[in-house]
Ligand binder design. Structure first.
Ligand code: N01
Length: 548
């Protein structure tokens, strides 16, 4: 017998869970587009659940100084709407975080998306009910919802990694992680700041922090290669060129393995003379950006070719950084160039010429503790007022595994992925029907210009659901043998490159103690991946079981 409830949570119990056709977790680039496709193109009832108080995902959380995109602005956008492409105008070669957040807010308003998004709502668990063919979702706020389709749009880099360094609780100053940056900003004026981590984030943040801090100490564990971004305002001519030629630009993006709008030069680094090679690297260095990688076709597949790029960047560091000991630490690379995600920067190496910046080599002198006064390494103590953790994320699997996801018969995703992620096409896991993972591990995701990877996944999922509705199908589930085959293809694609040689890479899960060392993204290139996904769909969703 039902009784009247007098508290809101009781009322929720009595009303039962809110029911939708589809639930989407996350309102970043992927969640917003998925919502638009399912709600406005297919006419489904859709609810997005978003932990933040606004849209933007990565760009909502990562507000650290210097945060901007490493993809060029004219390609870091949705391409599904021609009108949107004509309307929106980027201001710089690489858009800054506030500008990208403005863009995503514009999308939310322009397509009237906010009414279908519940903010401040973090999903805690999702359980599949086989008999009802429904996903039951619960949130940390105590809500319960159901849907036939559950789509994770949780991002690849959204679970901040704060290293478990003894003594952090005792630190007398303030500490922040770049991926959870305070919205009101952080004032470094007159402060002694320590920054741990020299990935893309730390390399963007250090030059900006150094401008106001009394002193910045950069703690480097693995030396990283960086190439100048050469950011600049976009000229009216370039803006016009983009608007008039977007289909050509998109064609380039679709053919580039990483979803960027440039051609990879069809020449080997070893087929040109040393003088010509250096001249080509010089030109690429002057031009700046991630396309430095495209100077030769074999930089990520041939170690001898890669060595020439590594040596060029080493020579640049020696040229820029005045202190030879600092230059030596910065250029003491232990992996091939671009085997970890290559950063691009604005004055990163130059920053070490400032009198208020110093570098600590954690390989020689590891951190042993954080004390009330600062950071203690094996040989010294660094007195600090603030610590910035630019220590990255529990990438790709972290955002999914922090939700307790259970498929058929209570099967836990955490158990299936105990030894590393396993799925089919990065999109579905056997045993988890009607669950789709946008830019999941096993897809190109982080190896690609993200909006390109996102649009491809969202459109594939949308077409798949449209097909199911047209055919009266209720359930789609990856088959175990298809999943096994795909895991093999993901491994083979990685092993055909130099990427697995970077032993400290987050692509391998190596930045998180205890995480299985498995190369997670699909390294076979976006163009090839797009073709595979299209063929699977055209072949009647080969490798998936579809049922009524
Ligand atoms: O994180 P990272 P990130 N003690 O993992 C170090 C994307 N992104 O936030 O290499 C000491 O790359 C760690 O050292 P090591 C982009 O895809 C995009 O910088 O593990 N140090 C490393 O130096 C990028 O790749 C953009 O030895 C510790 C650093 O912290 C991804 O986000 C901008 C440590 C972490 O580097 C992640 O980049 C920025 C410890 N215990 C980022 N733990 C744009 O395009 C970790 N480190 C906008």
């Amino acid at each position: 017998m039902r009784v009247l409830a007098n508290s809101s949570s009781d009322a929720r119990q009595i009303r039962g869970p809110a029911a939708f056709d589809a639930l989407i977790i996350g309102a970043g680039f992927s969640g917003l587009y998925q919502l638009f496709c399912l709600r406005d193109r297919l006419g489904l009832s859709v609810q997005v659940l978003e932990a933040g108080e606004g849209v933007g995902g990565t760009w909502y959380w990562n507000r650290y100084p210097g945060a901007r995109c490493d993809s060029e602005s004219h390609t870091y956008c949705y391409t599904f709407s021609k009108e949107l492409l004509q309307e929106w105008e980027w201001t710089e070669r690489y858009p800054e975080q506030p500008e990208i957040l403005r863009y995503l807010n514009h999308i939310a308003d322009r397509f009237d998306l906010r009414r279908s998004i519940r903010f401040g709502t973090r999903v805690k668990a999702a359980r599949y009910d086989t008999a009802a063919n429904l996903w039951h979702v619960t949130t940390e706020q105590g809500e319960r919802l159901t849907a036939k389709f559950l789509i994770t749009a949780v991002g690849c880099l959204s679970t901040a990694n704060v290293p478990n360094i003894p003594g952090l609780d005792s630190f007398g100053g303030r500490w922040v992680h770049t991926g959870q940056w305070p919205h009101e900003g952080v004032d470094f004026t007159g402060k002694r700041v320590g920054m741990i981590g020299t990935g893309s984030t730390g390399i963007q943040a250090a030059p900006v922090i150094a401008q106001t801090a009394a002193h910045l100490t950069v703690f480097q564990r693995t030396a990283n290669y960086s190439v100048p971004a050469r950011n600049a305002p976009l000229t009216p001519e370039f803006k016009r060129y983009v608007k008039e030629n977007f289909s050509e630009i998109q064609h380039l993006m679709d053919s580039n393995p990483n979803g960027h709008a440039w051609l990879i030069q069809d020449r080997s680094a070893l087929d040109v003379s040393p003088e010509e090679r250096v001249a080509l690297y010089e030109a690429a260095w002057r031009k700046g950006g991630l396309q430095f990688r495209a100077t030769f076709r074999d930089l990520v597949v041939s170690k001898p070719a890669n060595d020439t790029a590594a040596e060029f960047i080493r020579s640049k560091i020696r040229e820029i950084v005045k202190d030879t000991a600092t230059a030596a630490i910065l250029s003491d690379f232990d992996h091939p160039y671009a085997a970890k995600r290559p950063p691009i920067d604005t004055d990163y190496y130059e920053t070490f010429n400032r009198p208020n910046v110093s570098l600590v080599n954690l390989r020689a002198n590891p951190i042993v503790a954080i004390t009330s006064a600062g950071v203690r390494t094996r040989d010294a103590e660094y007195r600090l007022d603030m610590i910035v953790f630019a220590t990255g994320f529990d990438a790709l699997t972290g955002p999914l595994l922090r939700i307790d996801i259970r498929g058929r018969d209570g099967l836990a995703l955490a158990d299936v992925w105990h030894g590393g992620p396993r799925n089919y096409l990065g999109l579905q896991v056997a045993g988890f029907p009607n669950l789709f993972t946008i830019t999941g591990p096993g897809s190109p995701s982080v190896l690609c210009n993200m909006p390109v990877a996102i649009e491809q996944h969202v459109e594939w999922i949308t077409n798949c659901i449209a097909h199911m509705r047209a055919e009266g199908l209720a359930r789609i589930e990856a088959q175990p043998e298809a999943m096994d085959g795909w895991v093999e293809q993901v491994n083979a694609a990685a092993n055909a490159t130099l990427l697995p040689l970077a032993k400290s890479s987050w692509y391998l899960g190596a930045n998180i103690p205890g995480k299985p060392r498995v190369f997670m993204p699909y390294a076979g290139g976006m163009a090839r991946y797009r073709m595979i996904c299209a063929e699977v769909a055209a072949g009647g969703y080969r490798g998936f079981a579809l049922s009524r």
